[in-house]
Design a protein around this ligand. Structure first.
Ligand code: NI
Length: 215
């Protein structure tokens, strides 16, 4: 099945899911630190809420063109990072669409300072080739990153991302439960903003502008 058909199917499934009111918690919080992140985001506003949030750093990965990259490949840019997988039934396409909207809503003088990155939590299926086709459905600047199981494991740990395979008897393929946060990272890969699924594009744009104005 090609990716466009897959996406159409997954959007349809998402609508059905909403229709039956399936309030499934997709955010899986695996560790204390993730709890801290959630509380900080909920209770505070503005960049100061990131004080004490220890995540981020550089990485060794491969981009969707098959080129080895590190965080330094994107030096001089802020980063909007989302972790997910291309077979995701609903949340990932929605969040990547949101990143696309954020990039489009920002004035060019700001958007050109930001590199959007989509890092897979499913390197087994998300090869560079699969990532290339998938990211082409979103913002033209979006870069898909994959890697070996070890490389992906390390970046997930550094960015406090939880993901686990889930076998579903009604599906021929496995799916994955995973954390869903959009990270706004500084040029030296420290967290400036963390956005949840309920934060819409306008909120994120406003917050990014606030952060850029105060940095
Ligand atoms: Ni997902």
């Amino acid at each position: 099945m090609n990716i466009k058909k897959r996406l159409l199917r997954t959007f349809a499934l998402a609508l059905i899911g909403l229709a039956i009111g399936g309030a499934i918690a997709y955010i899986q919080v695996s560790s204390e630190s993730a709890h801290v992140i959630k509380q900080n985001v909920t209770q505070n506003s503005g960049p100061s809420r990131m004080a004490g949030v220890n995540l981020g750093g550089s990485f060794d990965l491969m981009d969707h063109n098959g080129k080895a990259v590190t965080a330094e490949t994107y030096d001089g840019k802020y980063k909007l990072i989302y972790f997910g997988f291309t077979y995701c039934p609903a949340i990932c396409p929605t969040e990547l669409q949101k990143i696309t909207q954020v990039m489009n809503k920002l004035d060019e003088e700001f958007s050109k300072q930001i590199q959007p990155l989509f890092i897979t939590v499913d390197p087994e299926r998300d090869t560079a080739e699969v990532m290339a086709e998938y990211v082409s459905l979103f913002h033209p600047e979006l870069i898909g990153l994959t890697g070996t199981t070890d490389q992906i494991g390390k970046v997930m740990k550094d960015y406090k991302i939880f993901a686990t395979k889930v076998e579903d008897d009604s599906m021929s393929e496995y799916t994955m439960d995973h954390s869903s946060f959009i990270y706004f990272m500084s040029m030296d890969n420290k967290p400036l903003g963390i956005y949840r699924m309920q934060d819409d594009a306008d909120y994120i744009v406003g917050d990014i502008l606030k952060i850029l104005a105060s940095s």
